[in-house]
Design a protein. Structure first.
Length: 358
């Protein structure tokens, strides 16, 4: 009922070469509050297919078009019939979660998944202090010894058959990962993962070797089926000349993952960077089925990222997993309960009169 695409070895080889030579840049429209900004699109062929295998050129043009069409929007512009996701580096639930709820209430769109990084939650907060009505959630607390700059959460619609996966949930000295598996029906699954990579300005080559080895182990499991990865990776994709950024790109693309965000996501008074990203291996040659946008309104220095994938929610939205039984509240009007109820009343005489009148 849906299509999904895993890159072949020939495409991976082609991407590995292309990523080193073909990063294109564009200007934002003049009416955008951010004046001039580069656009990241390693898949842009500029009308030439010299490097692309003949049987994949249509798909590659679709991928390139998806990145070219990524834009800043005030309101969601994605289909409610397809699986959708929202990501934000929220910079602390304690400081910003209430403001997020206000913004969410102002929007009529409800995403299937809300994913957050840098929640700064503690193990105590994991008990459920932060909730979304109609959603269940998974959380991963702060890295040991860190007061802030860590913590992850995934909220998912309560009717979805989604469960946490231990292979995708862990903390090491390089990054945190929180993930689970969504059952789509017909034996199909989707991994949904949120990642936060700890920023380290003083890391040496061996540190990065260990980082990417850990990432590869995660991606090896994650991409064994359909996959959606959101997160703040602290690699600026606009800085494509950096060897570490290039390695980050090569690593994800070698597992058949494509990026969906092509414009800056993090803003300060002096800079704009593309460090937040959405990666997926779910794509079809049909244009417009995979959509990505960046919301202009935010509660932190990071902008929210939104996307929809060509997975149609009508096929799995009615599945109510047995492990999450519905709680039904009712009143037991048995004779024993009716007889015993007056004991709870202060004025039993008034109660008896009420029963008599009834």
């Amino acid at each position: 009922f849906f299509f999904f695409f895993f890159f072949g070895l020939s495409l991976v080889s082609w991407l590995s070469q292309l990523l080193h030579i073909n990063i294109t840049r564009f200007n934002l429209s003049t009416d955008d509050p951010r004046t001039t900004s580069p656009r990241f699109n390693p898949f842009s062929l500029d009308g030439e297919d010299d490097y692309a295998p003949d049987d994949t050129s249509e798909l590659l043009h679709t991928i390139s078009s998806t990145l070219d069409n990524c834009s800043y929007v005030d309101k969601p512009e994605i289909s409610s019939s397809r699986l959708s996701a929202y990501f934000l580096n929220i910079d602390g639930f304690k400081s910003n979660f209430d403001e997020f709820l206000v913004q969410k209430a102002a929007s009529s769109y409800l995403y299937d998944f809300y994913t957050f990084a840098e929640t700064n939650i503690t193990p105590r907060d994991e008990l459920g202090f932060y909730k979304l009505s109609g959603y269940r959630h998974l959380s991963l607390a702060n890295h040991t010894g860190k007061v802030k700059g860590a913590g992850l959460s995934i909220f998912y619609k309560e009717h979805l058959d989604f469960s946490q996966c231990s292979e995708l949930t862990f903390t090491n000295k390089y990054f945190q990962s929180l993930g689970g598996t969504l059952n789509l029906g017909d034996g199909q699954q989707l991994r949904v993962i949120v990642i936060y990579r700890f920023h380290n300005n003083f890391a040496d080559t061996s540190w990065y070797d260990e980082l990417f080895a850990s990432l590869e182990k995660l991606l090896d499991f994650a991409t064994s089926c359909n996959c959606l990865i959101t997160g703040d990776f602290n690699f600026n994709l606009l800085n494509h000349n950096s060897k570490h950024v290039q390695r980050y790109l090569d690593t994800f693309c070698s597992y058949g993952l494509i990026p969906l965000i092509s414009l800056p996501t993090h803003f300060t008074a002096t800079s704009s960077t593309l460090i937040d990203q959405v990666w997926t291996n779910v794509i079809t040659p049909e244009a417009g089925t995979t959509v990505s946008r960046i919301l202009t309104e935010s509660i932190s220095n990071h902008r929210p990222l939104i996307c929809s994938l060509p997975l149609y929610t009508s096929h799995f939205s009615q599945q109510l997993p047995s492990k999450y039984p519905r709680k039904v509240t009712y009143i037991d009007h048995s004779d024993d309960n009716v007889t015993g109820f007056p004991v709870l009343c202060v004025d039993t005489t008034a109660f008896n009169q009420m029963i008599f009148l009834h």
